[in-house]
Design a binder for this molecule. Sequence first.
Ligand code: ZN
Length: 281
Amino acid sequence: MNWFKRITKGILTAPNERKDVPAGLWHSCEQCRTITFAKEHRNNLSVCMHCGHYDRMSAPAYFEALFDKDTYKSLFENIKPIDRLQFNDTKSYKKRLLQTQSQTGLDDAMLVAHGTINGKALVIAAMDFRFIGGSMGSVVGEKIARAIDFCLAQSQPLLIISQSGGARMMESAFSLMQMAKTAAKLAQLADAKIPYISLMTNPTTGGVTASFAMLGDINLAEPKALIGFAGPRVIKETIKKDLPEGFQTSEFLMQHGFLDLIVPRHELKTTVAQLLGYFAN
Ligand SMILES: [Zn+2]
């Protein structure tokens, strides 16, 4: 028996009333779903104030967080990617580049800047995941090469912040060549006895892990970051074995001797400055 009967048709919620909340004002945590002011979340270095979950930070946000106030200058801003192979997947690479550039305001997946950090000179090359998954194409390789030339000329140490899905398939072999190029340039830096610190953030995978990210004089990582070469599914299918718990996390890599230190984001500036101090001595 029906106890309740709808007597008015079409009772509607009013979707227009929701428009008062401007987009980007609130942040909902991916892990615990707690809602906070987006600005407060950003001020807390994009770490959730309730559960400690790390959101990805953009390259400019790392510059702001690490360099001393108003001390840093951008380098090599006019290097732009080109579609050398006229590559097409679900859309043309040319179109993908233009779209991503207008969405992110970035030219490619890496920014370089120099400045001071607690008074010590440093060059930082930071990847940005927003640009085609932080993939490594020719521009990323070229910017690292030029950053290293700058470090050599100025005798300044280098920090590379990795955040990448790996090589950029739309640049095919040109992308893979960046592994050799960056490794060779880092060897020049090592010959000149100039320190290179690598920071791996979530995620650092593929050709980036297999080249410059793992070549630091000191290899640092953020907590709970995914760091690996091939994805866990591919490995599992290849070796036909279950993978151990926590496989490919910073903590797992630290236990197995692949990392020197896991650094919480709030301690990153102090830690890098301390390391630069040790190297300077
Ligand atoms: Zn949370």
